[in-house]
Design a protein around this ligand. Structure first.
Ligand code: ADP
Length: 437
């Protein structure tokens, strides 16, 4: 307790002490009839006076104690509040200092998407001064292709659900672009009404450059591998056809095994090439009017040996009056091929596969339903990520590299469509690809 707080306490203590001594003196005088200053009067000796003296003394004693307790408590509460407030101010100051000088970029956005309180790292990353940023729309600092998406994310975050690790490009005033991972955490409003978003930006430009170099390497290597693989394919065909002399049954068997292995290598190289093209943004999209039905039929024909070897039953549910669709037939074929081939690969022999192609409103909907092993519920969110393989697929030793669905997803996005799935482990899976007509 400091001096300021104890002064009223001391004053009240002295006041009551004086009052009590006075009353005690009077009481003493009345009881022992002592001459005491001017108070040697008859009525001081009366019973009434003695009675009044005792009552007043007790009341005053009680009152003084109560007041003492109240004051002490109040001072204690005040002192505690002072201490807490100081603690709070200290931690607020500490928080602001940490926020200000954190090495990671932070800024707040209002529900309209305007920037407030950028920290130093945010200013450094965006290459601006505080006054050039304050209250400006956040999306103005992004690459044009990311603006619409970012605005949707801000709306989502200020509506209450967080957003994490979205890749975007920011553009500095000098035109330099930097890749960032954008996360937005909803916060109780500091500015205006509704929720604000705390934006966190992580610069991933370096990682992106390294990724690009790796992808370029994969692209180059795959490209270079195609030529020798084609040569092996061609010479093996010559041998099988007997163009250079009849092979013995054993020789023929071995050459056919070499052919199978070579086909798998060609498939893998083509897959790697597609992934690297998509990641480098060099995938050429050549849209034309195409018959989706023909693509499905040709893929089924190509996969016929795989399906009949596994004695699986295929049911077709194809709308006969489908309009032509405006798409890239090679890319759409990749989607159809991957989904039907997976349905066969991940369905037990003698299982059922249903392939349907329908016009639903202004969309072409291609669906593949199987009665296969399904995908475990807790792994489903990763299905379209690179190299994903479900635990039940690897346990069952089904061959695969986990790139097919990643490619399907990217291709569908490039074509302006989407892909989704429903699956239950042990019961089966449905993949649905939707393309605008
Ligand atoms: P791959 O088949 O080469 O492993 P994909 O990217 O095509 O790669 O598939 C990724 C994973 O998704 C598969 O390994 C499998 O676990 C699961 N999967 C894909 N399609 C199906 C399906 N129709 N039924 C069950 N699991 C599937």
């Amino acid at each position: 307790m400091d001096n300021k707080n104890t002064t009223p306490l001391i004053i009240s203590g002295v006041f009551f002490a004086v009052l009590e001594s006075l009353i005690f003196t009077l009481w003493y005088k009345s009881n022992y009839n002592t001459t005491f200053f001017l108070l040697n009067q008859d009525w001081f000796n009366s019973n009434l006076f003695q009675y009044l003296t005792i009552v007043s003394a007790t009341t005053i004693l009680f009152l003084s104690m109560t007041i003492y307790l109240i004051l002490t408590r109040r001072f204690k509460v005040n002192a505690l509040a002072d201490k807490k407030l100081k603690g709070l101010l200290d931690s607020r100051e500490m928080f602001l200092k940490l926020y200000e000088s954190a090495p990671v970029a932070y800024l707040l956005v209002s529900p309209e998407g305007r920037v407030h309180f950028p920290n130093k790292a945010a200013l450094r990353l965006l290459g601006v001064k505080a006054n050039e940023l304050e209250k400006k729309p956040f999306v103005d600092f992004l690459d044009e292709s990311d603006r619409e998406h970012a605005q949707v994310l801000i709306g989502r975050a200020t509506g209450g659900s967080g957003v994490s690790d979205e890749e975007m490009q920011i553009v500095r005033p000098n035109g330099e672009k930097r890749w960032v991972l954008l996360s937005i955490f909803p916060l109780k409003a500091w500015i205006g009404k509704g929720k604000n978003g705390l934006i966190n930006l992580i610069d991933i430009t370096k990682q992106k450059k390294v990724d690009k170099v790796k992808t370029e390497f994969v692209s180059l290597a795959s490209h270079q591998l195609r030529t020798p693989l084609s040569a092996v394919k061609w010479y093996a065909e010559l041998l099988v056809q007997g163009d250079v002399g009849e092979l013995s049954p054993a020789q023929l068997r071995y050459v056919q095994k070499m052919q199978d292995g070579n086909e798998r290598m060609i498939e893998l190289v083509n897959t790697l090439l597609s992934v690297s093209r998509m990641e480098l943004g060099t995938l050429v999209v050549d849209k034309k009017k195409v018959e989706a039905r023909e693509i499905v039929s040709s893929v089924l024909e190509e996969l016929n040996s795989q399906i009949s070897e596994r004695k699986q039953k295929v049911t077709l549910n194809i709308d006969q009056n489908l309009p032509l669709i405006d798409t890239d037939s090679k890319l759409f074929r990749i989607v159809v091929q991957n989904l039907i081939s997976n349905a066969s690969k991940y369905t037990h022999p003698e299982g059922q596969i249903t392939v349907s192609l329908q016009k639903v409103q202004e969309n072409l909907v291609f669906a593949v339903v199987d009665t296969g092993i399904g995908i475990p519920a807790d792994e489903q969110e990763k299905v379209f990520t690179k190299f994903f393989r479900s635990s039940n697929a690897t346990k069952g030793s089904v061959d695969g590299v986990g790139l097919g669905l990643y490619i399907v997803k990217q291709v569908m996005e490039v074509l302006g469509g989407s892909v989704s799935f429903k699956s239950e482990e042990g019961s089966g899976t449905t993949f649905t690809a939707t393309l605008p007509i």
